[in-house]
Ligand binder design. Sequence first.
Ligand code: ARG
Length: 463
Amino acid sequence: MKNNTWSGRFIKGIDSDVLDFSQSLSVDLVLYDVDIRVTEVHVEMLYKCKHLTKSDFQKIVSGLKKVRKLADSGKLPWSVKLEDVHMNIENSLVKIIGPVGKKIHLGRSRNDLVTTDLRLYLRELSEFIIIRLRNLRFSLAKLAKVYSSDLFPGYTHLQIAQPVVFGHHLLAWAEMFARDEKRIENTMSLMNPLPLGSAAMSGTSLKIDRKFVAKKLGFASVSNNSMDAVSDRDYVIDLAYSNSMIMMHLSRVCEEIVLWMNPQFNLIDLDQGFCTGSSIMPQKKNPDVAELVRGKTGSVYGNLVGLLTLMKGLPLTYNRDLQEDKEQIFTSVDTTLSCIEIICKMIPTIVLNKQRASELSGTSFSTATDIAEYLSLKGMPFREAHHLVGKIVKYCEDKHCSLGEIPESEFQKFSSLIETDIYKKIIPSNTVKMRTNKGDTAPKLVEKEASILIKALKKYEQK
Ligand code: ARG
């Protein structure tokens, strides 16, 4: 089979297996709309620069409209024989308007076209990611408000460390996703500049107006170097990295959900719709969604490593290897979007086991630091107080009692600074209330932070 795109210097057609092997239509079909948009602006520029007559320009524009209509309605006869989406669009146009359609490729190449399309497409996908992240933060903020005064054990080294309120923990997750949102925004800004006009790799002998094209397509600038422009895929890797960060955060969230659901922790319950049973053990209620998201994280990292590896040995400029970027980044985005979405849906179904959480928050001498701070406030240097409270904890371990069960007379033996008001100071519900500096876990602060976030995100809420 002969390929009209480049078969001028060929006597023989492409081997059919090679065609199957090398076609990218099955992956890049999704670019059809941006490809048509880019072509519309490109021909407008060609007309403006007097490389197309008015009548040719008009024919092409109306032809492109028809191509888009056919594609939108699923009636465009896509053919893998034409290799990719770009050649399919051009061919369909020629079929509709005749040979004048063959003029659209003047002053450009697929090398600059494909990366222009991809930049636009990834910019749009990035907007979806941002919307999903906002929804997720909104769900977290709403749940944080509900649980803004309920005690929860805070962990370090996966051992109970200090009491917090559950809302504080949920807002910690929201912080991660706020950074992710910023990261995606930054990634979007790196999707500039416009590569179109770099043509195959050295530019074009035609006088063209690249700034016009950039402005119309929403690019902030035009590329400085045609060789770099056709071979740069940094923006693809940046997005793959940003997705990996999102997945890393989701995976951490999921790990905690799995732990808290574990009957030994018994801290939360999830709606049954988000759990599965076992085919043999009738008693099981497993947090499979969280486990799957944690598991899918690996494949999103894989896409990042795949893309980095794809690029590492490429000499300037375009190499066909670059065609492989799309499958990896599209998979990365698809997986990330679906994971954010499902977790966003699962978050509101979290039900805190308040009694268990409150009990656990007071175990493991979790308010020992508060005794040290109490002593420090009465003048004892903190390091000394820390040492003394260490001894108090050891005493409790030996006597199998909690800090609150130590008789006042025993406290006094450790230090005369410890008076009867100590008992109030080491009740978890009081210790959280004392943490009132910016960023602390005091219920009224958590409630306020959650409300601010809800207010800020409400306007983005999905109807
Ligand atoms: N489908 C190809 C891609 O996605 C475009 C091929 C362009 N250039 C070439 N010299 N074969 O990269």
